[in-house]
Design a protein around this ligand. Structure first.
Ligand SMILES: C[S@@+](CC[C@H](N)C(=O)[O-])C[C@H]1O[C@@H](n2cnc3c(N)ncnc32)[C@H](O)[C@@H]1O
Length: 169
């Protein structure tokens, strides 16, 4: 795990390219994260929060979650938790927005969406080589009543597929 978080630093620029497109889409889908409570599941060392700070995107709260202790140690946020995406240690319905970027292909079990509020937004992305896993995730989520707000791909250094969903009961 230590090795992964070390080499991951070299991917920062590639991840920022994805975030730029994702945040543009969130604004145009009327799902801005500004002033919202945000959980970043599989945050690694926090490229997403670094990007948001750099862009002046201010949230009400940001919490990073990862299973990699060394990544969590490097994450520049006071609110960070060592935990698994499959069993998040939060109360139900506390976050307005959940990001889960380049993570669900690594999970053995389902992403835990219980901490997302009703009408909250879930942003899930994967490199296009894992598109079938994203497709399966969307099918499962639709069966659970989640509403698709947006689905798009990013043609960057790494082609990325992104879905933005709204949680419904
Ligand atoms: C490819 S990185 C993506 C990091 C970040 N989301 C980004 O946008 O750059 C995948 C991250 O998922 C984490 N991860 C893997 N399995 C996990 C799990 N079960 N729960 C939480 N995080 C997990 C890894 O430790 C790693 O930091």
């Amino acid at each position: 795990m230590e090795f992964f978080s070390h080499i991951y630093e070299s991917w920062r620029e590639m991840q920022y390219e994805k975030y730029e497109a994702i945040f543009r889409e969130l604004e145009s889908a009327n799902a801005s994260v500004r002033g919202k409570t945000v959980v970043d599941v599989g945050s690694a060392q926090g490229f997403l929060i670094d990007f948001m700070r750099g862009q002046g995107i201010q949230t009400k709260l940001y919490v990073g979650v990862d299973v990699d202790k060394s990544a969590i140690r490097k994450l520049n946020s006071q609110l960070k938790i060592l935990a698994s995406a499959e069993a998040l240690p939060f109360k139900e319905e506390v976050f307005d927005v959940m990001f889960c970027i380049d993570v669900i292909h690594l999970l053995k079990d389902k992403l835990d969406l219980s901490p997302v509020k009703e009408d909250g937004v879930v942003v899930v992305a994967l490199p296009s080589r894992h598109e079938s896993k994203l497709q399966r995730f969307v099918e499962d989520m639709s069966a659970e009543g989640m509403e698709m707000l947006s689905s798009f791909s990013i043609e960057g250094k790494e082609r990325e597929c992104v879905v933005v969903l709204r949680k419904k009961h």
